[in-house]
Design a protein around this ligand. Structure first.
Ligand code: 5GP
Ligand code: MN
Length: 333
């Protein structure tokens, strides 16, 4: 019932607004972009001025989504981005619940006089929005957007919107295999296919796009995988040197960490990726079952996320981070 109230409040705010800005989190993934694009199509179709401002760029395998070429990249076009935020009367923040995840846009969002609507599915939302439409039990922000649009006007879901939502639901549920995938998820997916999402084509566009170098890099990651003695945990590392050898491009390591969980009996897979430019190690956690990846990431690596998929960072070296991680995991229960 709580969601219905937020949905009707959002409908009223859309009705009374004219300039909207939609913001995904930094390093947007399929769900962040899919939800932003779907909502943007809907608002544009309803005669509003609406634009997506992404904190930074996103990987090529997402650069086919309908409407994607209209996205403004804040990092590349900061003055226009600031202007759009300044002139907005309605701001949507999608697929995140902590303004710091909007990167350098954070301060401008805070200064804006626009009404802010958060639509998200992460745990423990921060208190910055006028309306929160959030539910951590739902597997993707796209599923929440589907429910919202379906509530406002089910006929408004056209094939562009359907393709964007399909993409985000597919990527955030690990192609419908994570426990967050419910019968309702499949019912929604069925509707999206009916509305024109080409499921087979979308799958190929997202997953069958490896470059030769990217597959080589996956090979190195898999070669580096180590299992902790007597623990159902594996750690993968990629050094900057290894990334350079494969001409690493943003997004190339996406999904690598999941391979650790394909080993029978493994309940946690962690990947540590060195980033010499920012002088950090970026860490991704994927777990099966009860291991609370988000709590672990938040407690020890300044991060967060979901129970089974979380991330964090370390400012130590790759070797130091790995050793600290191993010690923490061995004493964690
Ligand atoms: P990934 O491992 O794909 O980068 O991120 C998995 C999930 O963890 C994301 O959906 C996001 O919710 C969360 N996450 C990743 N990195 C961070 C981080 O540095 N801080 C926080 N709070 N969450 C993160
Ligand atoms: Mn998401």
């Amino acid at each position: 019932m709580k969601n219905k109230k937020s949905e009707s409040q959002i409908k009223s705010l859309i009705d009374e607004s004219s300039n909207c800005v939609i913001i995904p989190h930094k390093n947007p993934d399929g769900d962040a972009l899919g939800s932003c694009l779907a909502l943007n199509h809907f608002l544009l179709n309803n005669g509003l001025n609406s634009i997506i401002v992404s904190p930074n760029n996103y990987p090529n395998f997402l650069k086919w989504m309908p409407g994607e070429n209209e996205i403004l990249i804040f990092e590349n076009d900061t003055s226009m981005g600031k202007l759009k935020i300044e002139n907005a009367d309605l701001i949507f923040t999608l697929d995140f619940n902590d303004l710091s995840r909007s990167g350098k846009m954070c301060d401008y969002i805070k200064m804006s006089s626009a009404k802010i609507i958060m639509i998200d599915h992460h745990e423990r939302p921060k208190d910055y929005a006028l309306i929160n439409l959030t539910n951590p039990k739902i597997g993707s922000t796209c599923e929440i957007i589907y429910n919202l649009l379906n509530y406002i006007d089910s006929d408004a879901i056209d094939s562009n919107i359907a393709s964007c939502l399909y993409t985000g639901i597919m990527t955030d549920t690990g192609s419908f295999r994570f426990p967050s995938t419910t019968s309702e998820t499949h019912q929604i997916i069925s509707k999206l296919i009916e509305k024109g999402a080409n499921n087979s084509e979308i799958h190929q566009k997202i997953y069958d796009t490896f470059s030769y170098n990217r597959l080589k890099l996956l090979g190195i990651a898999l070669k580096n995988i180590e299992k902790l003695d007597s623990f159902p945990y594996v750690i993968i590392t990629l050094s900057q040197k290894e990334l350079d050898e494969c001409s690493f491009k943003k997004g190339d390591t996406e999904g690598f960490v999941n391979h650790g969980l394909s080993i029978k009996g493994i309940s946690l897979s962690v990947i540590l990726i060195e980033n010499k430019e920012d002088n950090i190690i970026k860490i991704s956690f994927r777990s099966k079952g009860d291991f609370p990846a988000n709590i672990f990431a938040e407690k020890y690596f300044n991060g967060g996320g979901h129970q089974n998929a979380a991330g964090g960072v370390s400012k130590e070296t790759l070797v130091e981070t790995k050793n600290r991680l191993i010690n923490l995991l061995k004493s964690y229960n």
